[in-house]
Design a protein. Structure first.
Length: 498
């Protein structure tokens, strides 16, 4: 019996190790007997001093030299997603910003071609009203935990958002980031329905935390093991996947495929369908006519919560306050947003829910919280930013002044360059696809690499040399400048791009 148990343990441990997991409960003698490398053993790390250190003389200095910054960055700064060294060497050292422009340590000017991560929606000059609101909140009450106290900016911002959002989107949470907002929305949908599955799209990005990446469809999902309960839809792509002979045919086929997958999964197991109204990171993909309306209809039919992720498209990016407002008869049950809520000046996100969901949680526990949820200073910033956008008619100016320039310039890129297959633009939200002129295929995978990797790297260097800071995804060029950019500055950017 003992021998049988050891053999069974060896089989289990071997399978576990081959899957790359540690087997913490298996005796070391059993591990040593396996015919696979022992991944639980590591070379000893060098000894280090475990006492707290003393700050160097650099820190009392008010301004650091470029050499001091470079040295500290090389020794201590970690970049996200890609390899740190390559990213650190590729980015400029930026010292200041003004309007749509940024300036490096040498005074070189860069046009912020994608509002950083499509979030610096009002550029890099902070209005006095926003500065004053933030300063006042810092002076009067810099922090209160949202579960132990209520502050005025929380009530004000929730009230204002309920007035500018359509329908009965009346209840609000305020996490710190878009990923947190999407995690909260997913939890709300599951708590509200008592179901587990979340349907998302392959061409999507919903954030970098574990649950948000499990909901994500693009290549970044491969950085983690999927959490259970997520099912991805193959959604229509205007460039890469043909759904029909024309828009009407494509729309009908896409809607049919959506319904078939919902029925196949079992509607009574699906808590929510989570989509971006216009997928941004995936390439500003405009859905075919009727597609979002079909999602709304299916959700209504089967009691599924419709969540629209407006983290990137929200607050004027598409020429409407929210991207879903570009589609008739689409009112989501939950809307998530971030980025443009504070124009990226302070971290803040939001979750808006319709009244029937809000009412449920008046007497049932929500089961979500965070230390910085509803941070008073960020709320004051968000409230001032939204008021500034309304007072200055930022969205109206995009519609009237810069969106027509964007559409014309993007169309001219397709006409003038054989390597650009297609361009899509809505408001100041635009993207074009780069293809090989020989094969017609994308010039590189979205995740990078491929036979044209060096050409892509050279193009990135050329963008920097021309003074464009751009969100360039190897096979796509995003064009998402600040909403405050002038028509002349926008044309200047396209001139640099060419």
């Amino acid at each position: 019996t003992c021998t049988h148990a050891i053999v069974e343990t060896m089989h289990l441990a071997r399978a576990t190790l081959r899957r790359g997991h540690r087997c913490l409960s298996t005796h070391s003698s059993v591990i040593n007997a396996l015919d696979v490398p022992d991944k639980t053993q590591h070379k000893p790390l060098p000894a280090v001093d475990t006492r707290c250190g003393t700050p160097s003389p650099d820190h009392p200095q008010q301004n650091w030299s470029k050499q001091q910054i470079d040295r500290a960055a090389k020794d201590h700064v970690v970049f996200t997603y890609g390899p740190t060294d390559a990213q650190r060497d590729a980015v400029p050292l930026l010292r200041r910003g003004e309007g749509s422009y940024l300036y490096d340590d040498d005074g070189k000017q860069y046009l912020d071609w994608t509002s950083q991560a499509v979030c610096a929606n009002l550029g890099h000059t902070v209005p006095q009203s926003v500065k004053a609101a933030v300063a006042q909140q810092l002076d009067t009450l810099p922090y209160v935990y949202g579960g132990l106290g209520l502050v005025e900016p929380r009530a004000r911002l929730a009230s204002l958002l309920s007035e500018i959002l359509p329908g009965d989107l009346n209840g609000f949470l305020f996490p710190s980031s878009g990923a947190e907002a999407n995690e909260a929305a997913i939890r709300i949908a599951r708590q509200f329905t008592g179901r587990s599955k979340i349907l998302t799209r392959y061409r999507s990005y919903h954030g970098g935390t574990a649950t948000a990446l499990s909901a994500t469809g693009d290549f970044r999902r491969n950085f983690i093991e999927d959490a259970p309960g997520f099912v991805r839809l193959m959604d229509p792509n205007p460039m890469q996947f043909s759904w029909g002979r024309d828009m009407a045919d494509a729309s009908e086929r896409a809607r049919g495929a959506l319904r078939e997958q919902v029925l196949g999964e079992g509607p009574d197991t699906i808590a929510a369908i989570l989509v971006e109204a216009i997928p941004g990171s995936a390439g500003v993909l405009l859905p075919p006519d009727g597609y979002l309306q079909a999602i709304r209809s299916i959700c209504d039919e089967f009691g599924i919560v419709m969540i629209i992720d407006e983290v990137m498209a929200g607050f004027g990016r598409t020429g409407k306050m929210f991207g879903f407002q570009r589609f008739d008869d689409v009112l989501p049950d939950i809307v998530t947003f971030a980025k443009g809520l504070t124009a990226a000046w302070l971290p803040l996100a939001g979750v808006a829910m319709r009244s029937h969901i809000q009412d449920h949680f008046r007497t049932n526990p929500l089961g979500y919280g965070a230390t910085y949820q509803a941070h008073p200073v960020s709320l004051a910033c968000g409230y001032a930013v939204v008021k500034h956008m309304l007072d200055e008619d930022i969205v109206g100016r995009v519609q009237r002044e810069t969106a027509p320039v964007m559409e014309a310039e993007m169309a001219s890129l397709v006409e003038d360059f054989a390597c650009i297959r297609q361009a899509r633009a809505v408001g100041l939200f635009a993207c074009c696809d780069l293809v090989s002129t020989k094969t017609g295929d994308r010039v590189a995978p979205m995740a990078g690499g491929g036979p044209n990797a060096e050409k892509v790297a050279a193009f990135k260097r050329a963008l920097k040399e021309e003074g464009l800071i751009a969100f360039f995804r190897n096979c796509m060029i995003h064009v998402c400048p600040p909403l405050t950019i002038t028509p002349e500055e926008l044309r200047d950017g396209f001139g640099r791009l060419r």
